[in-house]
Design a protein around this ligand. Sequence first.
Ligand code: PBG
Ligand code: ZN
Length: 324
Amino acid sequence: MFPNTRLRRLRENSILRRMVEENSIEIEDFIYPIFIDENIKNKKEINSMPGIYRFSIDELSNEISELEELGIKAVLLFGIPTCKDERASSAHDKNGIIQRSIRKIKDESDILIFADLCMCEYTSHGHCGIVSDGRILNDSTLEIYQKIALSYAESGVDVIAPSGMMDGQVKAIREILDKNGYEYLPIMAYSAKYSSSLYSPFRDAADSAPKFGDRKTYQMNYSNSREAMREIELDVIEGADIIMVKPALFYLDIIRMARDNFKLPIAAYNVSGEYSMIKAASKAGYIDERSAVEEILISIKRAGADIIITYHAKEFARWKMEGY
Ligand code: PBG
Ligand code: ZN
């Protein structure tokens, strides 16, 4: 019935192997996250994320030119402000850390700027929204998100990325942008964002851990996959331009499901904990970092993502330049 089929024939020669490869990674697919800390003068390595730093605003120029030399075309900005309060006022300050960073990067380079839009780095309680009687209020949070969105737009951001998982956040942001003449500014929605243990290195990095409770009343329960399709569907209806699944590795099934169900571009966030695990295991000598990272990034593409947000971007680009 299958008289002569031998799949090993196409694996024999490395040129042929490469030719019939179904997926590959381009540096252009990457978005590189950057932490900018208003409280520091000199860059500071994040303990739980070797190779990843908090930068001061003055050090941004160097970092951005390094990224451009490596061929990295896009960054995702996170800010650590000097002042935190109950209502995240510094998140929509015209001279806030992100607003100033956007203007500076725009002045000096052509790199594409995505900015994360949330409140947790800016609130004294560390939650992603307005807190009242221990609850995270949805609709009054949306009003703050609108102010942040407008201030990012006015500073010249290229793409807004709301990550707070409030219901209706994409609609609220789309409305305020359109009303103010920013109808061409795209939204990359953190659509299916799970409540995950894999964010803890990030919370060290961004100083954004909740001071009480957890994020389970707004981020998704990791037992659910159909619900992720509902989240994405709503974001699509509300006007998202790019949808996101986060984290990536424990959620490759969700990326695949999203790919099969929606036509929009999909971003996958290869989060801090995924990065830290690889760093720790390779440092201990348990795995080879380069080959593990390549395998991971390909797995995210194979699952169906178009865009990968990853802390590995810089190193991967360097390896690629060296011809790994
Ligand atoms: C803020 C935000 C988080 C991440 C991105 N935006 C953390 C959180 O939800 O607590 C996580 C990114 C990472 O772990 O790399 N809402
Ligand atoms: Zn948040």
